[in-house]
Design a protein. Structure first.
Length: 255
C-alpha cells in the first residue's frame, strides 16, 4: 500500500457567509500529511441548497459526497454541521475538530457565552435591506480583538467577496440556525475523539463557549490560540495546523 493511500482524509467545513477559499492556507499546511477535501456548504458556491435548511440535511448532503471514513474539521457554523454529521454517521466520521465552535450562538439564561439576542436580531433584520453591509459588519466582528485584526479582516473579506455570494435565502436560513440553535443536549451522544480549538479573544463565540463545549463532549481536548479572534487559523496558522496534525495522528485511546 502506498504512503498516499495511508493518509487520513479530512473534510474542512467553512462557516456562515464564508467560502472554502478561507481555508487555503490551512489546507496547504495539512496536505503535507493528510488528504484534504474542502467542499462548499449546501447553497454556497456550486453546491445545491437543501430544503429544509437544517444542520441535519446539510450534514447528509456532505456525508453523501465524502469518503467512507474521514475526519471532519468544522469552523463556526461548519462546526455545528460537523457535530450533526458526527451524530448521524458515527462510523463514517472517525475524528472531529471544531474551530471557534459553540453549541449555542445566542445568549440564553443558562448560556452567557454567546452573542446577545439583540445583535442577532439586528443581523436578521438588516440582511434583507443591505446584505453587503451586514457581511462586512460580520467580517469586522470576526476579526475584532485579534492581534492581527487588519490582516485577518482582509483575508476574510477576500475569501468572501471574491467569490459569488450565496443566495439571500441561504444566508437568512443559516443565520436563523445560528440564532435559534442549541445543541447542548445532543453533545453527550457524540463519542468520537474531538479537538476544540478557540481563539482566546473571539468576539463571536467567546473562548468560554469553546471550553464549555469541550467539557460537554465525552472525549474532547481543548486548545486556546493566544491573541486570536474568530478565525484562529488565519491568526496563527502554524499553531492551529500543528494542533490538528498532532490530533489526527494520536491513538484514539490517548484522547
Amino acid at each position: 500500500m502506498s504512503a498516499a493511500s495511508d493518509k487520513t482524509t479530512v473534510v474542512l467545513l467553512h462557516g456562515w457567509a464564508s467560502h472554502a477559499q478561507v481555508f487555503r492556507g490551512l489546507s496547504r499546511a495539512l496536505e503535507k500529511q493528510l488528504r484534504v477535501q474542502v467542499p462548499a456548504l449546501p447553497g454556497y458556491g456550486e453546491a445545491a441548497a437543501c430544503a429544509p435548511y437544517t444542520l441535519e440535511r446539510m450534514a447528509d448532503a456532505l456525508s453523501a459526497a465524502a469518503p467512507r471514513h474521514c475526519a471532519v474539521i468544522g469552523w463556526s457554523l461548519g462546526a455545528q454541521v460537523a457535530l450533526a454529521w458526527a451524530r448521524r454517521a458515527p462510523r463514517q466520521v472517525r475524528r472531529l475538530a471544531l474551530i471557534a465552535a459553540t453549541p449555542c450562538f445566542t445568549q440564553r439564561a443558562d448560556w452567557p457565552h454567546a452573542v446577545p439576542p439583540a445583535v442577532m436580531r439586528q443581523f436578521t433584520a438588516q440582511i434583507g435591506r443591505d446584505c453587503s453591509a451586514v457581511l462586512r459588519r460580520f467580517v469586522a466582528l470576526q476579526s475584532h480583538g485579534d492581534v492581527r485584526a487588519v490582516r485577518v479582516a482582509h483575508q476574510l473579506r477576500t475569501a468572501l467577496f471574491t467569490q459569488p455570494l450565496p443566495a439571500q435565502d441561504v444566508l437568512e436560513a443559516g443565520l436563523e440556525l445560528l440564532r435559534s440553535g442549541d445543541l447542548r443536549e445532543s453533545l453527550p451522544s457524540i463519542a468520537q475523539p474531538a479537538l476544540v480549538i478557540h481563539g482566546d479573544n473571539d468576539a463571536v463565540t467567546p473562548c468560554a463557549a469553546g471550553r464549555a463545549l469541550s467539557a460537554l463532549l465525552p472525549h474532547a481536548e481543548f486548545q486556546a490560540i493566544a491573541g486570536a479572534g474568530h478565525a484562529p487559523f488565519l491568526t496563527d496558522l502554524d499553531a492551529v495546523a500543528g494542533h490538528l496534525l498532532t490530533f489526527m495522528h494520536e491513538p484514539a485511546a490517548a484522547v
